[in-house]
Design a protein around this ligand. Sequence first.
Ligand code: AMP
Ligand code: ZN
Length: 124
Amino acid sequence: MGNSDTEPATGRHDPDCVFCRIIAGEIPSERVHEDDQLIAFKDLHPQAPVHVLVVPREHRRDVTELAQQPDLLARIATVAGEVAATHADGEFRLIFNTGASAGQSVFHVHAHVLAGGKLAEGAL
Ligand code: AMP
Ligand code: ZN
């Protein structure tokens, strides 16, 4: 586990990372929020009426790596709440899949914000 030679140093833009490419504008996305630290965009395969990904601009592998920057981690919770308030009733589920066996498929940390109605138990 951990970084291998094929993974970018923490914080670097990774040209092979789909979310780094979205952040760079190389892949289109439907953005609902952006600031100097974070962007948020609609998930391509929504699992709820509102399904938005909140993503730090700098490449970090997962939420445990992001925890080295508590302020940035806290910002994700704040932006998630703003997205849920703007696009739904303000109530939401916040999920960080961490590791392949837990469902992480993109290894650039992202929070799933699910909102907009009664959510299924155990979604994602
Ligand atoms: P995870 O499986 O937790 O790593 O979540 C990755 C999420 O990224 C999945 O829900 C995908 O649907 C979503 N996703 C992958 N590629 C894109 C893309 N180009 N635009 C928007 N969402 C994407
Ligand atoms: Zn990345």
